[in-house]
Ligand binder design. Sequence first.
Ligand code: NAP
Length: 248
Amino acid sequence: MRLLEGKTALITGASRGIGKEIALRFAQEGADIAVTNISDDEEFKQAVEEIANKGVKAKGYVFNVADFADSQKYVEEIIKDFGKIDILVNNAGITRDTLLMRMTEEQWDLVIQVNLKSVFNLTKAVLMPMMKQKGGSIINISSVVGVSGNAGQSNYSASKAGIIGFTKSIAKEVGSRNIRCNALAPGFIMTDMTARLPEEIKKEWIDKIPLKRGGTPSDVAAAALFLASDLSSYITGQTINICGGMLT
Ligand code: NAP
C-alpha cells in the first residue's frame, strides 16, 4: 500500500526545485496532484507531465499565490477538478537579498507577500473544505534562517519566522477538526535559489554543516511525505529542521 493512496495534494510553486520534487514524491506514493506556478512556461508544463507519468491525476494552475482573490478562486477550481484537497504544501517562495540599509520597500513587500501572505491565502482557502471532510495536513515551507536570522535576508527571515508562528497558531485552531499543520525548515538545499549564490558563500555555508554537504530537494520531499502521511498522525504545530545538523 502506497502512503498517499486516495489522497489529493496541492503544492504551490512546483515548476522546479523543492516543490517539484515534493510533487513527484507524493505522486509516487499514489496521491493525485494539483500544482501551481506563477509562470506558465515550458518548465512548468514539463513538470506537470512528469508528475502525470507517475500514473496519477495531475493538473497545473497558473496564478500568483500572493493574490488573495486568485488563491480563493483557484482552490475552488481545484476542488471542482479533484473533488477535495487532503494535503496543502505552501512551498512557493522567493528571495530579494540585501542588507537592510539598501533594502527598498518593494523588496520588503514582495518577499513578505509571496512567502508569508501566500500561506495565509492558501491555508484560509483550504480550511473550510478540510473541516467539511474532517481532516487534512498542511505543510508550510519555512527555513532555518526563520529561526536563526541571516545578514542580508531580513525580509526573507521575517517571512519564514512568520510562517512558524502561523503554523503553531493554525495547529491550535484546527487540531480538534483533525487538521494538522506543520512546518519544514530546510537549511542549504541545492536548487536554483541557492545556485545563484557566489561560490565562497556556498563554501562558507557547507563548512558550517555537520553533515558536510548541501541538502537535496529529495531530502526535503522525504520529510514532507512523512508530514503528509498518516505516519505523522500525532504530530502538529511542529517545525522540522532539514539542515544536516546546521541548526540544533
Ligand atoms: P526555486 O527553485 O526558486 O523555486 C521556487 C518555485 O516557486 C518556482 O516554481 C517558482 O515559479 C515558484 N514561485 C515563485 N513565486 C511564486 C508566486 N508568486 N506564485 C506562485 N509560484 C511562485 O526555490 P526552492 O529552492 O525550490 O525553494 C522552495 C521553497 O523552499 C521556498 O519557499 C524557499 O524559500 C524554501 N527554502 C529553500 C531553501 C534552499 O536552500 N533552496 C532553504 C530553505 C527554504 P517560477 O518557476 O515561475 O519562478
